[in-house]
Design a protein around this ligand. Structure first.
Ligand code: HEC
Length: 163
């Protein structure tokens, strides 16, 4: 083979590699909603101490409570309950909003000027709270039997009683 054709093949291979990389990058970008955590720090909020939780409460009071409530149980339609989510999830999502990788204008505005430490603390604080109780299912069967007035479990235990 002549030198010229070697060069042509090399150029072709380089172009193919470039194309594969571009395809990979655009695929990865399409996955959305997460940021790549910096080495070793994605679990920082999980290991926050009580001091961090207390300081996180102050952050929540100033930056989040107007929408999510100080207890993380929202009373505003369209604003999610957040209490009781995992700290690592909070931290990841708050960083995603901050970086604009998860897009929501209200949230991006809320976290834009918070420091990394404040995000760790507010994550630990909301993670420490009890989650909102789900509303009872509509049409759920009552545990009280309408015919006998005994509870379902009482009837069950009678049924399986060996006496
Ligand atoms: C102006 C109102 C507003 C403020 C202030 C606000 N949020 Fe939000 N938050 C929202 C809305 C609306 C959403 C839903 C956005 C979405 O669907 O991505 C949301 C979503 C979230 C989510 C994602 C919930 C999930 O299940 O994925 C988290 C976590 C969160 N907020 C935490 C916070 C924290 C922490 C603060 C304070 C630093 C804060 N928010 C301040 C309105 C607000």
């Amino acid at each position: 083979m002549k030198r010229g054709s070697h060069a042509a093949i090399r150029a072709l291979l380089a172009a193919a590699a470039g194309f594969a990389l571009a395809a990979y990058v655009s695929l990865a970008a399409g996955q959305g909603a997460t940021v790549t955590p910096r080495k070793g720090d994605d679990f920082r909020a999980v290991y926050a101490d009580t001091q961090d939780v207390a300081e996180g409460k102050a952050v929540a009071q100033g930056s989040c409570a107007a929408c999510h409530g100080l207890l993380g149980q929202s009373s505003i339609p369209g604003i999610p309950h957040i209490a009781g989510q995992r700290a690592a999830y909070f931290y990841l999502e708050l960083n995603a909003y901050k970086a604009g990788k998860r897009s929501n204008e209200a949230m991006t505005r809320a976290v834009k000027f918070l420091s990394d430490q404040a995000l760790v603390q507010v994550s630990a604080y909301y993670a420490s709270l009890e989650p909102a109780r789900p509303a009872p299912l509509r049409g759920a069967v009552s545990r009280q039997s309408p015919s006998t007035g005994t509870t379902f479990s009482a009837r069950l235990s009678r049924r399986f009683s060996t006496r």
